[in-house]
Design a protein around this ligand. Structure first.
Ligand SMILES: [Zn+2]
Length: 294
């Protein structure tokens, strides 16, 4: 039985550093099952989910949402993961069943993403969305995210994203942390944390051994450091799609495009694989509604 997924927020030495940590094997396993992911997309999308969860820790407005999108020119192509303020996660990979030969290639995320871009988008509903894009550094995601924080938000950050799978691409563990250095932070403490990071084993291995993030932080990452969690909340894989939302999206298409669908269509949600049937009559109703809205 896997533990509940959880996002922690914390501070180090009275807000000199910000801390985000998560254990989220259930959500990653659900993404893997929903999309029938093969090993490489499992590891890649898992890391993207861990990243989106950690970054969502800084969302403030009630209905705000954060997405991380990666696109590359390699065979893995990329994917997208979203996390909202309420702890809902959803994600999909662009090449869900990718399998490479030799088999060892299926552990090489960065190499098989190739050259590409990482884009962060934050939506609060009220303000216009924020968007930041960087070129992939290594494609291993954690390094790329650290680079994003440094380049786009001028925040030096340590990013650790861990996903461990078994031979059937089931998720053995998933989790990670982000530590961000604030402008007034004592450099000596930063050195101490950096030293601890060098002595920290693979987080996914520690999680797999049954350790929780609080233990891992205490014993390794933040050993001898004064820190505390200030907030935590549960996470779940949950898609908010509905037939109404799909109808709204169809209404945004041109009349010509809708006319091509008058035999009826069955679009499928990328995030949860749910299929919504629109009959011939329903498409005709949308066309009439579109006319009346003009
Ligand atoms: Zn859906």
């Amino acid at each position: 039985m896997m533990k509940n997924d959880i996002l922690y927020r914390g501070t180090i030495y009275q807000d000199q550093f910000r801390l985000f940590a998560t254990e989220c094997a259930q959500s990653v396993q659900q993404a893997r099952d929903l999309h029938d992911l093969s090993p490489l997309p499992s590891i890649f999308l898992g890391r993207l989910i861990v990243a989106a969860i950690l970054m969502s820790g800084e969302l403030k407005a009630p209905k705000s949402e954060l997405s991380i999108r990666v696109e590359g020119d390699g065979p893995l192509k990329g994917g997208i993961a979203l996390a909202d303020k309420a702890g809902n996660i959803r994600a999909y990979a662009f090449e869900p069943q990718l399998w490479l030969e030799p088999a060892t290639e299926n552990l090489q995320v960065g190499k098989n993403l190739g050259k590409g871009l990482l884009t962060i988008m934050k939506q609060s509903g009220l303000k216009s969305p924020y968007q930041g894009t960087i070129e992939l550094i290594s494609g291993e995601i954690a390094e790329d995210l650290a680079q994003y924080y440094l380049h786009s938000e001028q925040v030096p950050s340590a990013v650790n994203l861990g996903v461990l799978i078994d031979q059937h691409a089931n998720i053995r563990s998933a989790g990670g942390f982000i530590i961000q250095q604030m402008p007034f932070a004592d450099p000596a403490i930063a050195d101490m944390i950096n030293q601890n990071l060098l002595n920290t084993p693979n987080v996914s291995d520690l999680l797999d051994m049954g350790m929780g993030m609080p233990d891992i932080l205490n014993r390794f990452v933040l050993k001898d450091v004064e820190w505390k969690f200030t907030h935590q909340h549960k996470l779940r894989y949950h898609c908010n799609c509905s037939k109404e939302r799909f109808a709204q999206a169809l209404m945004l298409l041109g009349k010509d495009e809708l006319m091509e669908m008058t035999a009826g269509i069955s679009p499928q949600c990328h995030y949860c694989s749910k299929i919504y049937d629109f009959t011939s009559t329903e498409i005709h109703d949308l066309i009439i509604a579109q006319e009346q809205n003009k």
